[in-house]
Design a binder for this molecule. Structure first.
Ligand SMILES: Nc1ncnc2c1ncn2[C@@H]1O[C@H](COP(=O)(O)OP(=O)(O)OP(=O)(O)O)[C@@H](O)[C@H]1O
Ligand SMILES: [Mg+2]
Length: 251
């Protein structure tokens, strides 16, 4: 991450659901080739932000720019083209249980109307290889461990050869060693494939392993941002308690 070139920019994002005002003028920049970790208490709008940055939701006010071009006013066709460049690993994995692993991974290609069966097969194999699941394409998701399901979801996110990948809680429910494997995959995608990573997680150990920069969301805005090293030595009592997992409540 030498020269910092903006890739995705959020400008003054506002989002409400009914009377709930979730995002309140949020500004943020994701730079090309970095791994950005998004932190914040539960329910503060991290998943909502991911959906706004990928065009799955529209903001009530504000703009999202990708490569300098607004995406919050694109039509369906333009959005499809955009999403081809953005991989998404959703919170809870969201695999189709009635489809094999291979069919799950192939799904975005079929959505994008890739018709050549040989190409689909090659791309699925290439993606399974990246997540170290070669030859597992015929299994059903229900036959996999939680960690393997996450890796299938990641294979599905990389199959379109995206420029960036959004991960919503990729570590949830994983043991520390499996979480570490996911972290290594994330950093390999950055290092070997030049992918920009945007990761929402509550796993502090992973934050310090993978983050180039950290955004902390609170009160509908970016409450704090800085490098992982800066976060490690931060003084702010609220952030300290969050990092140390200290609620201050009596036993
Ligand atoms: N489609 C929706 N309709 C109504 N409310 C929504 C919708 N999506 C999100 N919300 C609300 O917005 C708030 C923020 O939700 P979000 O899922 O972004 O939180 P989060 O920061 O990702 O939390 P967690 O860490 O628990 O995943 C929540 O109160 C949620 O109920
Ligand atoms: Mg969430």
């Amino acid at each position: 991450m030498s020269e910092r070139q903006p890739f995705i920019e959020a400008r003054g994002l506002e989002k409400s659901f009914g009377s709930q005002h979730i995002l309140r003028g949020l500004h943020a920049t994701v730079y090309k080739g970095e791994t950005l970790v998004v932190l914040g208490p539960s329910g503060e709008g991290k998943s909502v932000l991911m959906k706004l940055l990928t065009g799955l939701l529209s903001p009530d006010a504000g703009e999202v720019l990708v490569d300098g071009k607004r995406i919050d006013n694109l039509d369906e066709r333009e959005l499809l083209t955009l999403r081809r460049r953005m991989g998404m690993m959703f919170q809870n994995g969201a695999l189709f249980d009635s489809m094999t692993v291979g069919q799950n991974v192939a799904f975005p290609l079929r959505m994008n109307e890739v018709a050549d069966e040989e190409e689909i097969y090659q791309r699925v194999e290439e993606s399974l290889e990246i997540v170290r699941l070669s030859g597992q394409g015929d299994k059903m998701p229900s036959d996999l461990s939680g960690g393997m399901r996450k890796r299938v979801a990641l294979a599905r996110a990389v199959v379109s050869r995206p420029h960036c990948i959004f991960y919503d809680e990729p570590h949830a429910g994983l043991d520390p060693v499996t979480a570490d494997k996911i972290d290594r995959l994330i950093k390999r995608l950055e290092g070997e494939h030049g992918i920009t990573n945007i990761v929402v997680t509550h796993e502090m150990r992973s934050v310090f392993r993978i983050a180039d920069r950290v955004l902390f969301i609170k009160g509908g805005v970016v409450y704090w941002e800085g490098t992982a090293a800066e976060l490690q030595s931060v003084d702010d009592p609220f952030l300290r308690d969050f990092i140390d997992g200290n609620s201050g409540a009596p036993w």
